[in-house]
Design a protein around this ligand. Structure first.
Ligand SMILES: C[S@@+](CC[C@H](N)C(=O)[O-])C[C@H]1O[C@@H](n2cnc3c(N)ncnc32)[C@H](O)[C@@H]1O
Length: 114
């Protein structure tokens, strides 16, 4: 939550957020609860994603969380698809520099910052 405040985006905007390497989704849930956005939560392991799916349903957030079982190294995203890419403790799995180089293409270039 503190990190979300620090980046200073307008939370009322319908943000498109990718949470890459989301695990069981602790931070995906926080993102959904503290934004008005649509979140695509990606992880390689279905058992983690299953937990996120259950939690999202329990909290009534499943309509704003799309779950995607996929490797972070083989993402099906379009260029400029997302406003925010979140990856807490996960990007290192493909290498920090490689991850930044590949994923930056998925970020929109429009100015939504406050
Ligand atoms: C340390 S956990 C962090 C999970 C979550 N972001 C959090 O902070 O609670 C790292 C996550 O990266 C995922 N991961 C590892 N390699 C991956 C890959 N190639 N593609 C997608 N996810 C991967 C793991 O399954 C794990 O859920």
């Amino acid at each position: 939550m503190k990190a979300l405040n620090l980046i200073g985006v307008d939370k009322n905007y319908k943000l498109k957020i990718a949470d890459i390497g989301c695990g069981s989704g602790a931070h995906t849930i926080v993102l959904a609860q503290n934004t008005n956005g649509q979140i695509t939560a990606v992880d390689l392991f279905p058992e983690f994603l299953g937990k996120l799916d259950n939690k999202a349903k329990e909290l009534g957030l499943h309509n704003r969380i799309k779950i995607l079982e996929k490797s972070m190294e083989d993402l099906p995203f379009d260029n400029e698809e997302f406003d925010i890419i979140w990856s807490e403790g996960a990007i290192y799995n493909m290498g920090f520099e490689t991850g930044l180089k590949e994923w930056k293409n998925y970020l929109k270039l429009v100015d939504i910052w406050l």
